[in-house]
Design a protein around this ligand. Sequence first.
Ligand SMILES: [Zn+2]
Ligand SMILES: [Zn+2]
Length: 293
Amino acid sequence: MLKITLLGTGIPNPSVQAFGTSTLIEAGEQRVMIDCGRGAVIRLSQLGLPVGYVDTIILSHYHSDHYSGIFDLLMSGTIRQAWAGRGGPLHVHGPEGVQHLAEGAWLATKPDRDIRVADHEIDPEDMRIIPHVYEEGVVYDRGGLKIIAILVDHGDNIPTAFGFRVEYGDHVFVHSHDTRYNENLIAQAHGADVFIHEVAAARQSTLDNYPNVKIAIDHHSSPAEVGRVFAQTRPKLAMLTHLALLPPDPPSIDGLLAEIGEEYEGVVLIAEDLMTIRIGKGISVEPFRHPGK
Ligand SMILES: [Zn+2]
Ligand SMILES: [Zn+2]
């Protein structure tokens, strides 16, 4: 059984419904978090999991909505109580630049660390990020869980942004993370049980009046493009996440699905925070606190 919990399905715009992107992958004894956006520790706690539940994070790229939650997880996780208790450093796999994140975090967390060390509350080394730079290909391969980085296209000023193909036995979960329409992703998303893709849209009037919305949109995939991606890859289940339906007059979900439906005939599910996807003999998707849980 490959279990995926969508801790955060949102974008930089603060939302209590959709926190920053973060996905918990569990298979056998393995636990890995992909991205650690705003509020990831809150979502873990809603699941009844301690902050120290994971010691391995893989970052897709360096937009804040994909890693701003890492400092809370890093610092709070060191506390030696049942709700935290990581008991070791945090391993962070990232594209080139993750070493700077590690160095900066060591500096930024010093004031908190000094107090807790003086109180004999923590081991200072538990507050260290151990950086691992990865490139396209296998990032994680342990206990039968394989996580493969797929180079995507998230804009001209982002040389390395990645989606992921997660394999456990013959179960396959693919997450686009942030990308424009991308042939490499399509090529590597074949045979997916579940393929979750980002999408972005704004009304023409918004694009005309807010140049920065245009900048944001240009980094992402349009609904029609997402429909084409699903049509070419034919996952057993297609899902949408990271819905960048940009204000002040955001396009409707109905309109979004209609545009995708022009290109793709299959079922498309919209992700919500704390949904759990199980890929085993079949595929199940449960919203948070489904009565059957
Ligand atoms: Zn993003
Ligand atoms: Zn991004």
